[in-house]
Design a protein around this ligand. Structure first.
Ligand SMILES: [Zn+2]
Length: 323
């Protein structure tokens, strides 16, 4: 997409074939190209051909020219590309070697994220870089991204394969995009009467409907769809917090069995645990809770007095388990 943006040190603008000479300065630099997926340029005519082949109106590709305000020079290019299969925007960039180390890449990505968010949700940003490329690792960490897993990539000409690292940051979403993020906002503003306790990775809340007495939820602090989208340490802690929430419900209500269910909600499918205390005969047929047709009946909305009692019972058990 064509973008015109100004940041503290930079202008971002579309690249055109007239930029070929400037792009060639970094496109032909073996140091800049070392960990890039595409091969080194040896001829400025190839750069021009590449620039002419691009579709500047592709809505899923924000790959902009980076101009240094103080000199007016084009010093690099980069941006974000939409990956629907991961529900994420992947970052990519090239910067002329004499401009490294000033934080320009992070400045460019932040500005583009803010720009894209005006018209589309940015639920996560991803980055893949060669493991030995510590400069890119620092860029990712400054953007708040976390290590997810090891991977690898091969240059498009097949000349080299690099061990690589996959980094990600899941982003909080506006209320209009995600019901779970909206509820978390309300908790933070002390406006959610169902809120019980904040844990390291999530918020414990009492279920809106109490068809199954003691029904409790754990809302993940990260706006993410799958466990695989959580950084390993956070994922471990999230599973531990889920087990602790369930144990608190178990201690508070002494059911015959707990049901644990990790569901998503809305367009972003923000994951959250449903913890259902179950008792023999509490559904017409043995099986999951969703068979009942009175789950959302008005009579199952707890009174404020009942809600406070449930919050206290679960909260007291959580306090005990967290000691
Ligand atoms: Zn969300």
């Amino acid at each position: 997409m064509k973008v015109y943006l100004e940041t503290e040190h930079l202008f971002l603008r579309p690249l055109t074939p007239a930029d070929a000479e400037a792009v060639f300065l970094w496109g032909s630099d073996p140091e800049v190209n070392k960990y890039m997926i595409y091969p080194l340029y040896h001829d400025v005519a190839d750069v021009r051909a590449w620039l002419e082949s691009r579709n500047p109106d592709d809505p899923d590709v924000y790959d902009e020219g980076i101009v240094l305000k103080s000199t007016g020079e084009l010093i690099g290019s980069g941006g974000l590309t939409w990956h629907p299969e991961r529900n994420a925007w992947e970052i990519g960039y090239n910067l002329r070697r004499d401009q490294w180390g000033h934080g320009y890449t992070g400045e460019m990505i932040q500005a583009l994220m803010a720009h894209i968010q005006k018209t589309r949700p940015v639920e996560a940003i991803d980055g893949v870089f060669a493991s030995e490329n510590t400069k890119s690792r620092r860029v990712m960490e400054k953007l708040g991204m976390e290590y997810m897993r090891d991977t690898e990539f091969t240059k498009t000409d097949g000349s080299q394969t690099f061990p690589a690292m996959y980094y990600r940051r899941n982003l909080h979403q506006p209320a209009s995009v995600c019901l779970i993020c909206d509820r978390i906002d309300k908790i933070q503003q002390h406006l959610n009467p169902y809120f019980v306790r904040e844990l390291e990775t999530g918020y414990v809340v009492i279920g809106d409907h109490q068809r199954f007495e003691g029904y409790t939820l754990l809302l993940c602090k990260e706006h993410a769809t799958e466990l695989s989208q959580l950084a390993p340490k956070f994922r471990q802690a999230f599973l531990r917090d889920m087990a602790m929430t369930a144990e608190a419900v178990e201690n508070a209500f002494h059911p015959d069995k707990i049901n644990y269910e990790l569901l998503g909600n809305g367009k972003g499918r923000h994951m959250h645990w449903h913890i259902f205390p179950r008792r023999a005969g509490d559904t017409p047929l043995p099986g999951p809770v969703w068979q009942v047709d009175d789950m959302y009946a008005g009579q199952n909305i707890p009174t404020l007095e009942k809600l406070n009692e449930l919050r206290e019972r679960v909260g007291a058990e959580l306090d005990r388990l967290m000691k």
